[in-house]
Design a protein around this ligand. Structure first.
Ligand code: ATP
Ligand code: MG
Length: 243
């Protein structure tokens, strides 16, 4: 069909398994998870506490290695590359947002973002872009404030700015609204939706918030280490405005 093209697979997860070992006890956290995320998708992962959501996100982000199975990021298997290569992929391909913001308390909002840029660019960074992204997220006036001088919602907006300043193909968020009141949650969700719609940012978000899940294109429901609604977008085609 003219003007319609298939989106590329950004993440492919195949038979992913994770068993934590605590002394002699084995804790199975993922028991065979399969799914694909296309470029530009906004996916919510939901499920009861302890079902394996954060484990899945950490594995997709290359923060640890699975017990078995594969994770392909733009075709590269991050579960089998060296630690150095996995770190490189993480830096260039992913941004992370957590419930507890995880900003460095001794640095200002602007410095937190500049640090992420420096790490990404091996020391090089463009000075104006921290301000630009903070302006976009409505917290430019907080540029020189430290995290303790910001509200929870403001801290999370700075954390999102830090996660996307290097334009990673994938944004991974673990309960980003979990510590926020409903007004700030809405604001953070609006920002994520805007990033997805205006710049095509691919987003995978873990949430307990029905409103957050309803913001997504697709919901993956987990129970006891598995996805229980394994509906795939078998034909995910969108109008290619550029063609
Ligand atoms: N570092 C760890 N060592 C041992 N067991 C762990 C570890 N991290 C998680 N687990 C266990 O793995 C299972 C899945 O945990 P996970 O944190 O992925 O759940 P979750 O769905 O994110 O839960 P929540 O909604 O409470 O954040 C749980 O049984 C948990 O106790
Ligand atoms: Mg969790």
């Amino acid at each position: 069909m003219i003007g319609v093209k298939r989106k590329k697979d950004l993440i492919v997860v195949e038979d992913l398994q994770m068993v934590y070992r605590v002394g002699k006890i084995e804790v199975p956290a993922l028991r065979g998870v399969d799914f694909t995320v296309k470029e530009g998708e906004f996916v919510a992962v939901v499920g009861p506490s302890g079902c394996g959501k954060s484990t899945l996100l950490h594995l997709m982000g290359g923060l640890m290695k699975p017990t078995a199975g594969r994770i392909l990021v733009e075709g590269i298997c991050i579960s089998s590359v060296s630690d150095v290569e996995r770190t490189r992929i993480r830096r260039h391909k992913m941004g992370f947002v957590f419930q507890s913001y995880n900003l460095l308390n001794t640095l200002t909002a602007g410095e937190n973002i500049a640090l992420a840029q420096r790490i990404h660019g091996d020391g090089y960074y463009e000075k104006g872009s921290a301000r630009r992204i903070l302006r976009l997220l409505g917290v430019e006036d907080k540029m020189d404030h430290k995290p303790c001088e910001l509200s929870g919602g403001e801290q999370q907006r700075v954390a999102i700015a830090r996660a996307v300043v290097n334009s990673p193909p994938l944004l991974l968020a673990d309960e980003p609204t979990g510590s926020l009141d409903s007004e700030n949650s809405r604001m953070v969700l609006d920002i994520l939706q805007e990033l997805n719609q205006s710049s095509g940012q691919t987003i995978i978000i873990i949430t307990h918030d029905p409103e957050a899940a309803s913001t997504a294109h697709r919901v993956l429901e987990m129970r006891d280490g598995k996805i229980v609604n394994p509906v795939q977008n078998l034909f995910y085609a969108v109008e290619d405005q550029s063609s």
